[in-house]
Write a protein that binds this ligand. Structure first.
Ligand SMILES: [Cu+2]
Length: 244
């Protein structure tokens, strides 16, 4: 049902949804049971004319069972929930599958800058492809990302990937994702980071191999032109890169 409202576009989105459902069911069922019981007791033992209030110590076994049985069931369900949560944590946060590509994500007030290493596969070299508020990735490839912040705490959030990772100044976080669906998805900031936090959105474009290769070639050419322009400032005829 979650997929109906929010597509699952990464390899681990299904695992996160499953965990959300387990938590929702366990908490939801108990919420209903407790509320029904609560209102039934209030109604059943309400003040009635001629019926004095009874003093109950709660020490008798049959009364204690009203506490003990639900208590033990909740403990068992808690263990179940912890096991399910740890399984997902290990799968997504503790395990880094080998990367096909590594990209850099920089958060700042109030924009996202994405750096693709370009044809040489190395970040911080002249052929890097840098985009602002738009990230292009290839479907069915495993990406590592290095997430940094320039100023304050932000949070890199891709709902369709079920991915959320804080970004803090002075730290580089490494994470991963594997897109499984082509299309355009939202990226937003999930940490209140200042006055324009609400508009700190970006676009994620998941492309087929052909589309991504074409996009990369076009932008790598731009990067090369920009580099040539930067290294030959006296040549006023040097073409400037197309803005991204
Ligand atoms: Cu932010």
């Amino acid at each position: 049902m979650l997929e109906h409202y929010l597509p699952r576009a990464s390899s681990f989105a299904g695992d996160i949804d499953q965990l959300v459902w387990i938590i929702a069911w366990i908490v939801g069922v108990w919420f209903v049971v407790v509320e029904v019981m609560f209102f039934w007791l209030m109604f059943r033992f309400r003040k009635k004319p001629g019926v004095p209030a009874r003093y109950i110590t709660g020490k008798e076994k049959h009364l204690k069972n009203w506490i003990n049985i639900p208590h033990n069931i909740i403990l068992v369900l808690d263990v179940l929930l912890i096991v399910a949560a740890i399984r997902v944590w290990v799968l997504i946060k503790q395990t880094m599958p080998p990367a096909d590509h590594t990209v850099k994500v920089m958060a700042q007030q109030w924009a996202w800058t994405f750096t693709d290493p370009g044809p040489d596969g190395k970040i911080d070299t002249p052929d890097d492809v840098r985009t602002t508020d738009e990230m292009h990735v290839e479907v069915n490839k495993t990406y590592h990302f290095v997430l940094e912040s320039m100023d304050v705490a932000h949070s890199f959030f891709i709902p369709a990937f079920r991915l959320k990772q804080d970004a803090d100044p002075g730290r580089a976080y490494t994470g991963w994702f594997k897109p499984t669906k082509t299309g355009t998805f939202d990226i937003s900031c999930a940490e209140i980071c200042g006055i324009a936090h609400g508009v700190m959105g970006a676009k994620l474009v998941v492309e087929t191999t052909q589309e991504h290769t074409a996009w990369m070639q076009a932008h790598a050419a731009d990067a090369a032109t920009a580099d040539a322009g930067a290294s030959a400032p006296t040549d006023s005829t040097t073409a400037q890169p197309a803005s991204q």
